[in-house]
Design a protein around this ligand. Structure first.
Ligand code: ATP
Ligand code: MG
Length: 407
C-alpha cells in the first residue's frame, strides 16, 4: 500500500480522553478512532491488524474442527427468559415500535443452543463445535482501558456440544492448547498464564488466560514454579497455595483476561430441553462448553506489551505490514521499483511515498510499529543495497537489492 493513499494520518498528540497506553498509541498510529467511551472505529491499518488476529484464531479453531457461523446481534427477550438471564445488568435492552423487547448480544448461548438443537437429534450427530466472530455489546461501568474494555467489542465465541462429560473434558483440553497457540502467535506467550477460576455451579474450575500487564484490572496469584495462576475469586478457597504443587510462594500480579474457557455442562441444554437418544434409545441431556477470546482486547493487549517510548512494536504475525519501505532523498524511481518487486512477490509492504522529511517519516514509522523498516537512499543505492532496521531490536544491516525479497 502507498502511504500517500491512506486517508488517515498519524497524530502528534493522543486524544485527551485516553489514559491507557494501548488507546493512546493505537489512536496516534492511525489504527483506531474513538467515537465515545468504549466504542471505536477500526481505521484501514487497524482493520488489517484485527483481520490478522481473526485469521490466527480462525486457523486454530479450524484445526480443532470448529465450524464458523455468524449469529444475529439482535436477539429476542424470550430466549433470555428461558435461561433466566434477561436480568443480566450489562445487557443492552431495546424495544421496537410494537413494544416487543430485544437485547443486543453480549454472549450467544441462548441463540446457539436452540439453533444446534434443530439439527442434532442423535448421539451420532455429536460432537458439534460452532464458532463465530461478532461484535458484542456490554454496558461496562468502567470503559477506560481503550481496547481492553469495550462497550462494543469483537469476540470469538465457540460453543461445543457433547454426549457426555468425558467427551467435553477431552475437547476442553484441546481448546486449552489451541488458545495457547493463539496467544503465542500474537506474541503474548511470555505474559499469558493459565489461571484457575471459579467453575460456577457446574465444574470445579473454569480457566482464564490472564495476561500480565500493569494496566490490568484483574489480579492473579502466580506460582513461579508451575507457571499457572489462581484468580482472586478462588484464592481463599485454594488456601493461598498453588493447586498443582501446593507451594505458597505465589506472586500477585496485575493482569487482564484475554480468553476464557468454561464447562457449561447442562446449564443451557436443560432450559431448552436439548436431549438426544443414546445407543439404547434413552433420551440424554447434552453437555456444553463455551470458549471466548476478545479480539479487540487482544489487539490492545499486544500493544500494552509490545511498545517503547517511540511507539508500537508489532509482532510479525499481527503486524499490518511486514515491511515499511522509506525512500530518503530523490530516489523515488528506484524505491518505486523495489515496491513493485515486493508487491509482485506477495510481500505485505507499506510504501512511504509521501513528500516528507526523513525525520518525520522515521518518527511515523516507529510510531506505527511495522517490524522491518527498509530505507532507500542515494547512499544505500551506491552499494546496490537498502538499509534494513528491525523495529524490535533496532538492529541495522545493509541488504543487497537482489536479496530483499529473501529476508
Ligand atoms: P472481564 O472479567 O474482563 O469482564 P468476562 O469474564 O466478562 O471478562 P467473558 O464473558 O468470559 O469475559 O468473555 C470472553 C472474552 O471476551 C474475555 O476473555 C475477553 O477476552 C473478552 N471480553 C470480555 N469483555 C470485554 C470487553 N468489555 N471488551 C473487550 N473484550 C472483552
Ligand atoms: Mg465482564
Amino acid at each position: 500500500m502507498r502511504q500517500s493513499e491512506l486517508f488517515t494520518k498519524t497524530l502528534r498528540e493522543s486524544p485527551k480522553e485516553e489514559v491507557s497506553i494501548n488507546a493512546k498509541l493505537l489512536s496516534r498510529g492511525g489504527y483506531i478512532d474513538r467515537l465515545m467511551a468504549g466504542v471505536y472505529s477500526y481505521l484501514p491499518l487497524g482493520l488489517l491488524v484485527l483481520k490478522n488476529i481473526e485469521n490466527i484464531i480462525r486457523d486454530e479453531m479450524q484445526k480443532v474442527g470448529g465450524q464458523e457461523v455468524l449469529l444475529p446481534t439482535l436477539t429476542p427477550k424470550e430466549n433470555w427468559m428461558k435461561t433466566d438471564r434477561w436480568k443480566y445488568p450489562e445487557m443492552f435492552k431495546l424495544r421496537n415500535r410494537a413494544e416487543k423487547e430485544y437485547s443486543l448480544g453480549w454472549t450467544h448461548e441462548e441463540i446457539i443452543t436452540p439453533l444446534v438443537q434443530k439439527f442434532v437429534n442423535s448421539y451420532k450427530d455429536l460432537p458439534v463445535y460452532v464458532y463465530q466472530f461478532q461484535n458484542k455489546f456490554r454496558d461496562e461501568l468502567r470503559a477506560k482501558s481503550g481496547m481492553l474494555r469495550g462497550v462494543e467489542f469483537m469476540m470469538k465465541d465457540l460453543y461445543s456440544f457433547h454426549r457426555d462429560e468425558k467427551d467435553l473434558d477431552s475437547f476442553y483440553l484441546r481448546m486449552q492448547r489451541a488458545y495457547f497457540n493463539v496467544f503465542e502467535r500474537c506474541g503474548l506467550k511470555k505474559e499469558t498464564f493459565l489461571t484457575l477460576a471459579s467453575g460456577g455451579a457446574f465444574a470445579k474450575y473454569s480457566h482464564e488466560f490472564q495476561m500480565v500487564t500493569s494496566f490490568g484490572e484483574d489480579e492473579i496469584y502466580l506460582c513461579k514454579k508451575c507457571k499457572i495462576a489462581v484468580n482472586k475469586e478462588i484464592i481463599e478457597e485454594e488456601k493461598h497455595s498453588c493447586p498443582q504443587c501446593k507451594s505458597k510462594d505465589l506472586e500477585v500480579k496485575k493482569s487482564i483476561e484475554v480468553g476464557n474457557i468454561f464447562k457449561l455442562q447442562n446449564r443451557f441444554t436443560k432450559p431448552f430441553g436439548f436431549k438426544v437418544k443414546d445407543e439404547k434409545g434413552d433420551e440424554k441431556e447434552l453437555v456444553m462448553g463455551c470458549y471466548g477470546i476478545g479480539l479487540s482486547r487482544l489487539m490492545g493487549a499486544v500493544v500494552e506489551v509490545h511498545n517503547d517510548e517511540n511507539g508500537i512494536i508489532w509482532p510479525a504475525e499481527v503486524a499490518p505490514f511486514r515491511f515499511h519501505l522509506i525512500p530518503v532523498g530523490d530516489v523515488s524511481k528506484e524505491a518505486d521499483a523495489i515496491y513493485q518487486d515486493l508487491q509482485k512477490a506477495g510481500i505485505k509492504v507499506l510504501y512511504d511515498d509521501r513528500d516528507r522529511s526523513a525525520g518525520e517519516k522515521f518518527a511515523d514509522s516507529d510510531l506505527m510499529g511495522i517490524p522491518n523498516r527498509l530505507v532507500v537512499s542515494a547512499k544505500t543505492l551506491e552499494k546496490k543495497s537498502v538499509e534494513l532496521k528491525e523495529r524490535e531490536s533496532g538492529k541495522i544491516s545493509l541488504v543487497k537489492l537482489a536479496e530483499v525479497k529473501k529476508i
